[in-house]
Design a binder for this molecule. Structure first.
Ligand code: 5GP
Length: 115
């Protein structure tokens, strides 16, 4: 399968401002932000979607959540942010390389989970 756009960003084949990175993941600003702060936390491992992850990814999935928290702190939005994963085209996934959306900087309604 061809490399995803996120793998190409990770490999520096496509330009993007990488605002955080460690040995397991990177974080970038979403190119089409849906909130004043809209960041993507992306594992270096190209898992297509969350439902493709397995037991061997247990630590990696936890790491992504902690990275989201660290990135929120770095962006100064640690008190109020939302993390979303779209799994599958029917749920709105368009890039088939697992990623966490981190959204902040606006008021989210309690009942509305979408962005
Ligand atoms: P999904 O719809 O798969 O959950 O989210 C994919 C996200 O990636 C979208 O919010 C889209 O705006 C963002 N995106 C797609 N291509 C690029 C890109 O080349 N650079 C950046 N920074 N974001 C991208």
């Amino acid at each position: 399968m061809a490399d995803s756009v996120f793998t190409r960003i990770i490999n520096r084949e496509l330009p993007s401002e990488i605002i955080y990175e460690d040995e397991h993941c990177i974080a970038i600003r979403d190119i089409a932000p849906k909130a004043p702060v809209h960041l993507l936390i992306i594992p270096r491992k190209p898992i297509a979607k969350l439902s493709d992850a397995s037991g061997e990814d247990l630590a990696l999935l936890g790491h992504l959540m902690l990275a989201a928290s660290a990135v929120a702190r770095q962006a100064g939005v640690e008190d109020a942010f939302r993390v979303i994963v779209n799994n599958g085209a029917g749920a709105g996934q368009t890039v088939f390389h697992l990623h966490l959306h981190l959204l902040a900087g606006k008021q989210f309604s309690e009942s509305q989970l979408g962005f």
